[in-house]
Structures are given as C-alpha cells and as structure tokens.
Design a protein around this ligand. Structure first.
Ligand SMILES: [Cu+2]
Length: 317
C-alpha cells in the first residue's frame, strides 16, 4: 500500500482542474436559446460554472474511488485492504478534500451568484428612464396594459384614467433602447412570467405586485447575433408560464415579447393611444378590459390599494 497520500497535492490539482474546466465553459454552450438581454450572460456563465464544477468534482471522486479499488485490491501475495477510514491519515484526507470542495465549489458559486443576482434583481432603473408596462396574469393568458393619452395607469373600473389605457392580450411590445419595468399581478393563482431568451422569470402572485426588469439588447445587436425574427422581421421571443397553474398552463406559452426600435415602438404606442382616443370620442368611454376590470373589483373588494381605489364592498368577489 502506498505510504501516504499527498495530502495537499490532490486538492490543489483538483482546484486547478475544476477552475480550468469552469473557465473554459464560461463561453456558453448549445443548450440555451439565443441571449436577448444585456444582463443574461451572467446567468449562462453561472449555469455552466455550476455544471462544470459539479461534473469535474464528480469525475474526481469517481477517479479516486477507482484508483483506490485498483491500488488496494486483492492480488497474489497481497490481501485486499480493509479500510474503515478511521486512521488519522484517512480522516485528514477526507477533511481536507471536503474543505477543498466546499471552498472551491460553494464559495466561488456563492460569489458568482451574488453578482448575477444583483445584476438581475438589484436596484431597478428609475421609472422616468424606463418603459413601464403592467401585466395581469390569469388562467390562462397574459394581459398587458400601457397608460393611455393621460400617461397614467387607470385604477378602478370607474377611474377615468383607466378608460384610455392601451391593452393587449399575450403580446408585449417593448422598445430596445431602455429597460422595461413590468409590474406583475395575478387575478387567480400564482403564475410565473418566464422569458427564456432573457434568462429571467418572476412570479405573479394574487394580492400583491411583483415586478421584473427586462433589459433588451439593441435590435442591431440582436440582428448581429442572429436572434429569431417573426414574419414581419421583428425580433420576437417566447413568454411562458413557469408555474404549474392549472389545466391550461401549457397554453400560457402563447405569450410573445416583441422588441422594436425605439422610433417604431413610439409610433406603435401613439397609434394605439390614438385608436383608443378615437373610440372614446366616437362612442364614449370604452368599458375597461374585462379582466383588468374583474381584477380591480376583486382587489378593491379586498381593500387592496394596488387597485388604486377605496374598498367598495364584496362586489365581484
Ligand atoms: Cu400560468
């Protein structure tokens, strides 16, 4: 039997191997859809770092196990070693190895995760410098809302600010030159707004606001990266629900986010605002989008100030 294991050489070699493998894998891989967000690459590198570190640590453990099986096996003139791991040397090796794995894998992953998390979920941009859109999740679709001509999101159904709001089902258009703050809420159960190309997701929870910041790359960068375009040549990406929310859960992947150049986005929004204003002029205030209306009534009945109004009693519960 070998006299003693080189106690520091193995963890040191392991550390070097793990770091080298993780480093070389940070460039990305074929598993992910194209990356459409300015802050998405950190998520990919964290994923690959965890995957490669785990893979290398696993390979190392298996290699040591295999080596021990061969080195200490029974052979002519040599009995198999019955090692219970109770000698001082074995304990020291196990301790050093475990500590090495912890320091290299867990600590470096925690440091990396902290940075990535801060980038994704840290301080949101000021609303004045962002594009703010509201999203109402329901079984089984996403409803989006933009403030209308008055620049204000409406609250309750009877709120005049609500009548000119622009709404859309399942299609979210955003400009490419600034972040979009999406304010999420749910009318029924917990949904999770998931943007695979933006490497981000956020739960929409009944009774509370949550929000997510979408930071798209510019349309020019997306084109250069060969990201998918729809029939009209616009960069269009999936929105999916990442929370099993009922029988039609799968159908919430009908959501789409379309990233437009700023001028085109502004023109689109102006046309929508104008269309709603024309409708109000010709036919009087339009009824509020059905589900926003139900939402505001339910929320108000529950005294939810997010609904923008005072409690009205049990109506609509
Ligand atoms: Cu859902």
């Amino acid at each position: 039997m070998p006299r003693s294991l080189p106690r520091t050489a193995i963890p040191a070699a392991a550390a070097a191997g793990v770091l080298a493998a993780a480093e070389s894998a940070l460039a990305g891989g074929p598993l992910f859809p194209g990356d459409a967000a300015t802050n998405a690459s950190g998520v990919d590198s964290l994923f690959w770092m965890a995957t490669w570190m785990g893979a290398v640590a696993f390979a190392l453990v298996v290699a040591i196990l295999a080596w021990c099986m061969i080195a200490y096996r029974a052979r002519p003139g040599h009995r198999a070693v019955y090692a219970t791991g109770e000698t001082k040397g074995a304990r020291t090796f196990t301790g050093v190895f475990a500590l090495g794995v912890f320091c290299i894998l867990d600590v470096s992953l925690a440091i990396k995760d902290h940075a990535v998390h801060a980038e994704m979920y840290g301080e949101p941009p000021a609303e004045a410098e962002a594009n703010v859109v509201e999203c109402l999740a329901r079984q089984f679709e996403w409803r989006f809302r933009w403030p209308g001509a008055d620049g204000r999101f409406g609250g309750l159904e009877s709120d005049p600010a609500a009548t000119d709001d622009v709404t859309s089902v399942n299609i979210l258009r955003i400009p490419d030159d600034r972040p979009t703050i999406l304010r999420l809420r749910s009318i029924d159960v917990i949904h999770s707004f998931f943007l695979p190309h933006f490497r981000t997701k956020q739960d929409a929870v009944p009774g509370m606001f949550t929000s997510i910041v979408i930071r798209p790359k510019s349309v020019a960068e997306m084109a250069a990266a060969g990201l998918p375009v729809n029939a009209e040549g616009r960069h269009e990406f999936d929105v999916a629900c990442a929370e099993l929310c009922g029988l039609g859960h799968y159908s919430m992947d009908k959501g789409r986010v379309i990233v437009l150049p700023r001028a085109e986005y502004d023109a689109w929004l102006a046309a929508q605002v104008q269309a709603v204003a024309d409708e109000i002029r010709d036919y009087g205030p339009a009824p509020m989008d059905e589900y926003w209306s139900i939402y505001t009534r339910r929320s108000a009945a529950g005294g939810d100030p997010a609904a923008g109004g005072a409690p009205t009693g049990g109506e609509g519960k």
